[in-house]
Design a protein. Structure first.
Length: 451
């Protein structure tokens, strides 16, 4: 992509409405535009990151055997009367009346609708276990939308729903979700800690929230520092192996980690040696929840059990804040110059800065690098504008691509370009083919170095 043909409306000044780094940087890097309180348009650069986050969520869900569907944003009110939540869900729900006077709503979540789908089509225990999920926009009329996309009113969420015959089976689905989530966040370059959560008014007794540590997080968190050393890495996970899933969940939930809602000082002090006790703040990027027959009973979502008798299914719902994650990743990975994207979600794999746009040799070298990266399946953002070097570097630092290749007349004469890591700031001069190979290696792509 040539920057001269791109739409990257960067801001020079810090926007005054932004209180946290991620919001400020998303506005400055031209990723989003606010359209109303807590409602945003995603501009080209932001859209790319959002799409990458979404893709990782899809891949890890499907790896775990979960089936993607797509439910509408607008729901009929009757479903919520059936579950009883029409009354209990407060002013956060945006209620709409259509031209026929029917009560509709913009979905804040989809338990009722998925239960309706299930009861319409599933009839036997033989169809279980089943997990259906979607990634869809939600609306919650938050009293205090803030921090940009992190607490929006309209936001993108992955919500998955599990259907099982028994509580035991439902807990296997719960474990499967916990492991899939750990892998999802790890691929985004995040450490997200599962913390015992409060089931709140919804009820139910098994729930964990996943929190990314950040000073600007809305939740207070207390944890054993041992938990932040855990990594799945390239461990092979067999999602059909309930014992393996349980062992992984135990590994992550054994160290103490709770939010202020469930924190217990005595347990904390008993279980965690003083040197490992941490008090911090965190951003909730997901939650898993077993709630049993809360919806299946009132809504009549039953299956015929092995003995031929109808039984209400045991359900769980499992959410990931897809749009919030874009902000959370920036909170966890930025410096005073701008964003530092983890390789897994970066909007472009590599930046190319042409220091002398218009110079035949530089133009040709920069274009060849862009093509070379494309041949490896890597996307570059190529700054071919007629701007000062300082402006070009500042833009690249702000938008945070992990790798930058700089092409200048002096280097080209000597057969080299400069490769710079955004994370470390370190640069080295290399022949173009070697620079390509290094970038490729950072993304796990094999490149053949010619000549
Ligand atoms: N207003 C919002 N803006 C952006 N993302 C959100 C918002 N509300 C919830 N999410 C994301 O969706 C995920 C699943 O939704 P869930 O119903 O668990 O949210 P929640 O517990 O009500 O969130 P919170 O406590 O932050 O209000 C959350 O873990 C969070 O990452
Ligand atoms: Mg939650």
């Amino acid at each position: 992509m040539r920057l001269s043909r791109y739409f990257l409306p960067v801001l020079k000044e810090n926007p005054s409405e932004a209180q946290v780094a991620s919001h400020r940087l998303m506005l400055r890097a031209g990723m989003i535009k606010q359209q109303a309180a807590g409602i945003y348009s995603w501009l080209p650069l932001g859209w790319r990151v959002l799409r990458n986050v979404e893709r990782i969520v899809h891949e890890e869900q499907q790896r775990a055997g979960h089936l993607p569907v797509l439910m509408p944003t607008i729901q009929p009110g009757e479903l919520w009367q059936e579950s009883g939540r029409d009354n209990s869900y407060g002013p956060e729900m945006l209620r709409i009346t259509d031209r026929q006077g029917r009560k509709m709503l913009y979905g804040p979540t989809n338990e009722e609708m998925i239960t309706d789908i299930f009861r319409a089509h599933a009839s036997s225990y033989k169809e279980l276990p089943l997990t259906l999920y979607h990634i869809q926009w939600k609306f919650r009329d938050e009293i205090r939308p803030r921090f940009g996309v992190m607490r929006g009113r309209e936001f993108l969420m992955k919500d998955g729903y599990t259907f099982d015959l028994t509580r035991e089976d439902a807990m296997i689905a719960y474990d499967r979700h916990m492991v899939a989530y750990l892998r999802t966040y790890e691929r985004m370059g995040l450490t997200a800690i599962p913390m015992r959560a409060d089931s709140g008014p919804i009820g139910g007794d098994d729930t964990h929230e996943f929190l990314v540590l950040a000073e600007t997080g809305e939740s207070e968190v207390m944890y054993d520092s041992a938990v932040t050393d855990l990594r799945l890495g390239d461990r092979r996970v067999d999602y059909d192996d309930a014992a393996q899933l349980r062992a992984i969940c135990e590994e992550w939930t054994r160290p103490y980690a709770r939010t202020d809602e469930t924190h217990d000082v005595a347990t904390f002090e008993r279980q965690v040696p003083e040197a490992r006790r941490r008090l911090s703040r965190g951003i909730e990027v997901g939650q898993i929840f077993y709630f049993g027959t809360k919806y299946s009973e009132p809504m009549g979502a039953t299956v015929q059990g092995p003995d031929g008798k109808p039984v209400p299914v045991h359900m769980g719902s499992h959410g990931i804040g897809v749009s919030r994650l874009v902000g959370a990743i920036i909170e966890a990975s930025h410096d005073d110059k701008g964003i530092v994207w983890p390789e897994g979600v970066t909007p472009f794999h590599c930046g190319i800065v042409n220091l002398r746009a218009g110079d035949g040799a530089c133009d040709a070298a920069a274009a060849a690098l862009e093509e070379g990266l494309a041949a490896l399946g890597l996307e570059a953002l190529h700054d071919d504008r007629d701007e000062r070097a300082g402006t070009k570097f500042a833009t690249m630092d702000l938008i945070g691509l992990p790798w930058r290749i700089t092409v200048g007349p002096r280097g080209i004469k000597g057969g080299v370009v400069e490769l710079t890591s955004r994370r470390t700031g370190e640069s080295e001069e290399l022949p173009p083919a070697e620079a390509l190979a290094k970038v490729a290696a950072a993304y796990g792509v094999r490149a053949v170095v010619e000549g």
